[in-house]
Design a protein around this ligand. Structure first.
Ligand SMILES: O=c1ccn([C@@H]2O[C@H](COP(=O)(O)O)[C@@H](O)[C@H]2O)c(=O)[nH]1
Length: 274
């Protein structure tokens, strides 16, 4: 999917919501545990009830890999289900990969040739040769961790060099030589508030994947105020606040209602800031 196609979906749906499929086997409703593949069964229902309100899905690989082979199969089946039923959705594997070149090539092949997602999250710590193997795939995206939503983001990402440049700023600046805004996005946590202004000074045109609204308490209004650009430029993720809003048999309907609430807020933000 191109940047223009993604923006067209955002305009059509009046939404820049990414639903996080962080499917924890210990949190899914009891009646689904009798199914052959409970994780996949849960995901299918969540997807069917939320697809009208979002433009992207983000399965986090930790929740699948922790279940071994069955978890990986549930991940692949989930991606195939979205592809088949909702082909306009942008699919992000939140895997936070990155290693020496030949290993990164295998990671890239895993997600782009085998699982066939649109984008994969990549950690920048090992530098250019750990990221470029993911960039060899036409039409596929790297989403580089820049300024994360967690408390520990302060440990390294805000450290300044002798010129006063913070590490997340260096990541944003330097990585632009590796790929354009047509192939690279950045993770910036919703909890970072005004720092979105600093991010936008360096990457005005890139899409940002923004986790941290909902369960982590980030403000959608603040993200949009400081982070939205003329093509929206935001994919705002919410996982737990949507998929576990209800843990009874009505979980999927409730997830749909929560996704709809966020979509309506987002439509208001697009009206206000675009
Ligand atoms: O900085 C980051 C990077 C990734 N994440 C991931 O996003 C979701 C957030 O889930 P919520 O339940 O909406 O809090 C989850 O998969 C994280 O691993 C992040 O939160 N922050």
């Amino acid at each position: 999917m191109t940047k223009q196609q993604l923006f067209a979906q955002i305009q059509k749906k009046r939404s820049f919501l990414c639903v996080g499929l962080d499917t924890d086997i210990t949190k899914i409703p009891e009646h689904l545990l009798e199914k052959e593949d409970p994780i996949y069964a849960f995901n299918k229902e969540i997807i069917d009830k939320t697809a009208s309100y979002c433009v992207a899905y983000k399965p986090n690989l930790a929740f699948y890999e922790s279940q071994g082979l069955t978890g990986w199969l549930a991940f692949e089946k989930t991606v195939a289900y979205i592809r088949q039923r909702y082909p306009d959705q942008f699919i992000i594997a939140d895997a936070k990969r990155g290693d020496i070149g030949n290993t990164s090539e295998m990671y890239a092949s895993t997600f782009f040739d085998t699982a066939r997602v649109d984008a994969v999250t990549v950690a920048p710590y090992m530098g250019e040769d750990s990221v470029t193997p993911f960039l060899k795939y036409n039409g596929k995206w790297v989403i580089l961790l820049a300024l994360t939503s967690n408390k520990g983001s302060q440990d390294f990402q805000l450290l300044q060099d002798q010129n006063g440049e913070r590490l997340f700023e260096k990541v944003l600046r330097q990585s632009q030589a590796w790929a354009s805004a047509e192939q690279m996005m950045y993770v910036v946590g919703a909890t970072q508030g005004r720092l979105f202004e600093e991010v936008r000074k360096i990457v005005p045109d890139h899409f940002l994947l923004v986790p941290g609204v909902g369960a982590q308490g980030g403000s959608l209004e603040e993200v949009c105020h400081y982070g939205m650009n003329r093509e929206c430029g935001l994919l705002v993720n919410s996982s737990r606040a949507i998929i576990y809003a209800d843990t009874t048999e009505t979980f999927a309907e409730t997830a749909g209602k929560e996704a709809r609430k966020l979509q309506e807020e987002m439509a208001g933000m697009l009206e206000k800031y675009l």
